[in-house]
Design a protein around this ligand. Structure first.
Ligand code: GLN
Length: 477
C-alpha cells in the first residue's frame, strides 16, 4: 500500500476487503511518520499506545460486523494546541514542555469516536502565534515540498504531515489564517469553518473570539468528512452553534452552474505575479463550469491587519495569564518570592513573540488607551463583517488569494515581525468576520511552490464552500 497517498475512501475499502487491518495500517503509519520526521520536524510527540488502542477498537468493530465510523482506521495528526488526555500537549512552548492534559478536546473525542487514529501531535508556532512555524520552542518545521522553506504557520506541522503523507488528515487551528496559509504553502486543502461550527473545548485559547479548529486533507472530500465528524453543538463551549451539520458529501456532487462568485479588488494588490496568475487560472476554471464571476469591493480590507493585531493581542494578554508557574506549567527554580516565581517562570517559559504580544495586549487594554485602540479595532471588525454581509447579498462565494506570496525560505522573515504580520493580509478578514473559508490547491509557481486559492462563503454555508472546492478540484487543469 502506498501510505503517503491514501484517502479516507481507500482506507474504508481496504479495511472492508481485509487487505490490511487498522492495526497494521497504524503500525506502518507510525514507522513512516517517525522516519519522515527526521527531515521535517513536523511531529512533536508520537502517541503509539493510544493509536494502536484506537486501531484495535476499529478492528474489533469490523470483526463484530459493527459500523467502525466515518474515520475508521484513518491516521490523524493533531496540532499541539489541542489537548489530548494522557498525551503531552506543549502548544509549541517551553512553558508547557511537560504538560500532560487530564482531558480530551471535544474535537479529539469526536474524531476518535468516529474511528480516527491519532498518531501524534504536530509542531506549531508557540500558542499558535506566527506565520512560519519558526516561533516554535522546539525548532521550525521544514516544508516537505521544499525543505529549505517554511511550511507556513501557525499550523505548519499539521499541513506538513498531510503534505508528506504521514497522516491522511489532521487538525489545525486558525485565528488569523493559521490553517489556510500553511495549507497553501504545502499544497493541501485547509478549512477554517464558521466560528462556532466546531467546539473550542480543549483548544488552548489564543484569541478566543477568533479561534477556530479545522481540518487539513489532501482532497476536499476528506476535509469535509473530518469536519462533519467533529462539528456541531457542544454544551461545554457556549460559543458552539446548534445549527445542524450539513451533508457535505451530497452538496459536493452538485455542479456549479448558476452560482455567482465575487472577486474583491482589494485582494489583488501587492500579489506576487505567479501567485496571481494561478488564482486567475482558478477563476477561469470556475467560469468554464458556468459560474458567474462578478467584480466586488470590500472597502475595509486595508484596516484588517491593524484591527486584528489589537484584538488578538488584547485577548492573548488575558488568556496567557493563566500560565503562571503554579498551574499547568513549568516552574522556575530561581525564585525567592511568589512574585518573582511568577516573573521568572513566565520570563523563562515564554518565547519572544508571546512576550511581545502579551505586552502589546496589556497596552491596548490599559486605562486611557482602551477607547483609542481596542474599542476602535472592534468597530473596524464590525465594518469588515458588514463588507462580507453586503458582498453575500450579491454573490454565493468570494474567491481570493490565500497569501500574497508562496512559501518563503527559513529565516527570511524572522527578524521583521511586521513583514511576518503582513503575510496574513488576505486571511485575517475571514477570521475577523467568522465566515467559513478554505484554501484549495490551485497550481504552482515557476519554482514549483504550491499556491492556494481561497473560497469564502457566508456563515454556516460550508456546503456551498465544499461544493465549489470539490467541483473545482475535479475540473482543475
Ligand atoms: N499569523 C497570524 C498570527 O500570528 C495568525 C495565527 C493563527 O491563525 N493562529 O497571529
Amino acid at each position: 500500500m502506498n501510505i503517503a497517498a491514501l484517502t479516507i475512501q481507500q482506507i474504508r475499502e481496504g479495511l472492508a476487503q481485509k487487505r490490511f487491518s487498522a492495526v497494521e495500517l497504524t503500525q506502518e503509519a507510525l514507522a513512516f511518520a517517525k522516519a519522515e520526521n527526521a527531515k521535517t520536524n513536523a511531529y512533536l510527540t508520537f502517541s503509539d499506545d493510544r493509536a494502536l488502542a484506537s486501531a484495535a477498537i476499529v478492528d474489533a468493530k469490523l470483526a463484530a460486523g459493527e459500523d467502525p465510523g466515518a474515520l475508521a482506521g484513518v491516521p490523524v495528526g493533531v496540532k499541539d494546541v489541542i489537548v489530548t488526555k494522557g498525551v503531552r500537549t506543549t502548544c509549541g512552548s517551553k512553558i508547557l514542555e511537560t504538560y500532560v492534559p487530564p482531558y480530551n478536546a471535544t474535537a479529539v473525542e469526536r474524531l476518535e469516536t468516529a474511528g480516527g487514529v491519532i498518531i501524534g501531535k504536530t509542531n506549531c508556532d508557540e500558542f499558535a502565534m506566527g506565520s512560519s512555524n519558526e516561533n516554535s520552542a522546539f525548532g521550525p518545521v521544514r516544508n516537505p515540498v521544499a525543505l529549505d522553506r517554511v511550511p507556513g504557520g501557525s499550523s505548519g506541522g499539521s499541513a506538513a504531515v498531510v503534505a508528506q503523507g504521514t497522516a491522511v488528515v489532521s487538525l489545525g487551528s486558525d485565528t488569523g489564517g493559521s490553517i489556510r496559509q500553511p495549507a497553501s504553502f504545502c499544497g493541501c486543502v485547509g478549512v477554517t469553518p464558521t466560528y462556532g461550527r466546531v467546539s473550542r473545548y480543549g483548544l488552548v485559547a489564543f484569541a478566543s473570539s477568533l479561534d477556530h479548529i479545522g481540518p487539513f486533507a489532501r482532497n476536499v472530500s476528506d476535509a469535509a468528512t473530518l469536519l462533519r465528524a467533529i462539528a456541531g453543538r457542544d454544551t461545554r463551549d457556549a460559543t458552539s452553534a446548534a445549527h445542524p451539520v450539513q451533508d457535505y458529501a451530497a452538496s459536493m456532487q452538485q455542479p456549479l452552474k448558476g452560482l455567482k462568485v465575487g472577486i474583491p479588488k482589494e485582494y489583488f494588490n501587492g500579489l506576487a505575479s505567479d501567485t496571481g496568475d494561478n488564482i486567475h487560472n482558478g477563476i477561469e476554471t470556475l467560469r468554464k463550469q458556468g459560474v458567474e464571476v462578478i467584480d466586488i469591493s470590500m472597502p475595509h480590507t486595508d484596516y484588517a491587519i491593524e484591527a486584528y493585531y489589537i484584538i488578538c493581542t488584547a485577548e492573548v494578554s488575558a488568556n496567557l495569564s493563566r500560565f503562571d508557574g503554579v498551574r499547568y506549567t513549568r516552574r522556575s527554580e530561581r525564585s525567592d518570592s511568589l512574585i518573582n516565581m511568577y516573573r521568572q517562570s513566565r520570563g523563562e517559559g515564554f518565547g519572544a513573540e508571546a512576550k511581545r504580544r502579551i505586552m502589546l495586549g496589556a497596552y491596548v487594554l490599559s486605562h486611557g488607551y482602551y477607547d483609542a485602540y481596542y474599542l476602535k479595532a472592534q468597530r473596524v471588525r464590525s465594518l469588515i463583517t458588514r463588507d462580507f454581509a453586503q458582498a453575500f447579498e450579491k454573490v454565493d462565494a468570494i474567491i481570493a488569494p490565500v497569501s500574497p506570496f508562496p512559501a518563503f525560505k527559513l529565516g527570511e522573515k524572522v527578524d521583521d515581525p511586521l513583514q511576518m504580520y503582513l503575510s496574513d493580509i488576505y486571511t485575517i478578514t475571514g477570521s475577523l468576520s467568522g465566515v467559513p473559508c478554505m484554501s484549495v490547491p490551485c497550481g504552482a509557481t515557476k519554482d514549483g511552490l504550491p499556491v492556494g486559492m481561497q473560497i469564502l462563503t457566508k456563515h454556516f454555508a460550508e456546503d456551498t464552500m465544499f461544493r465549489i472546492a470539490h467541483q473545482y478540484e475535479l475540473n482543475r487543469i
